[in-house]
Design a protein around this ligand. Sequence first.
Ligand SMILES: NC(=O)c1ccc[n+]([C@@H]2O[C@H](COP(=O)([O-])OP(=O)(O)OC[C@H]3O[C@@H](n4cnc5c(N)ncnc54)[C@H](O)[C@@H]3O)[C@@H](O)[C@H]2O)c1
Length: 257
Amino acid sequence: MLNLQGKHALIFGVASEASIAWAIARKLHDAGASITLGYQQRFKSRILQLVKSGEIPVAHYERCDVANPEELEAFFGGIQHPIDILVHSIAYADPTTFAKPVRDITAEEFTAALVPSAYSLIPLLRAALPKMSPEASVMTMTYLGGQRVCANYKLMGIAKAALEATVRELAADVGQRGIRVNAISAGPIKTLAASQIAGFDDMMRVYEAVAPMRRCVNQDDVGNLAAFLASDLARNITGQVMFVDAGYSILAMAELR
Ligand SMILES: NC(=O)c1ccc[n+]([C@@H]2O[C@H](COP(=O)([O-])OP(=O)(O)OC[C@H]3O[C@@H](n4cnc5c(N)ncnc54)[C@H](O)[C@@H]3O)[C@@H](O)[C@H]2O)c1
């Protein structure tokens, strides 16, 4: 049975009620885990509103920009309990780069997207490691654009490819300690980050029209998989990219009926 009683989850990536990370927090809490949030300062007021709403009891919350070593150190210095679950639900690229042909991407734009969206999983895990319990579960969020060319995803596709390779390397790095590292690849879901992607509504329409299950996924679908990956039921699953996308990723030639 899926039981996270007594487990402590650190979740990074809540910016609003629509964030995938918030749905993950809900599902982990429902299964018995206690929830700590690390948030970006620019979303502080939204975080306070969410915490005050009491919808999900949040044991602890503190600012933490994962690209900022001082904030990472301060955040993890304040963690008093063993970390059983670490959720990285983070991505960032300047909105202009989503529309920009990849051949025109500069080194600065590449770095500005790849550091928060892919590299940041490394310092996050490194900072958490001394306090991680044996058999801890680490997870991050990715998209099919990391494996195939998806309309309007461009630079972020490169970032997700790097993130997925990082997951495999980290899984190999920490596997002997009993720690697992996986990625969840979700179909398109309306969130703040998604609103930066041109043509996002079209992406959702395409999924509804041709995905084997003829529908889109939602935040709770991702939260359910996250709860499974966090649990002992997934104790021998690591280094994987697991899809929650109503089957869209299996397609090569879709039927339009
Ligand atoms: N929404 C989708 O369609 C979809 C599909 C597949 C994968 N994903 C991925 O899911 C993850 C969460 O995105 P979301 O859709 O919930 O959007 P969101 O806007 O709610 O979340 C993005 C989060 O990234 C955080 N972030 C960015 N840079 C950061 C930094 N330097 N330090 C700390 N936090 C930082 C933001 O604060 C925000 O909380 C992302 O990795 C995204 O690429 C989203």
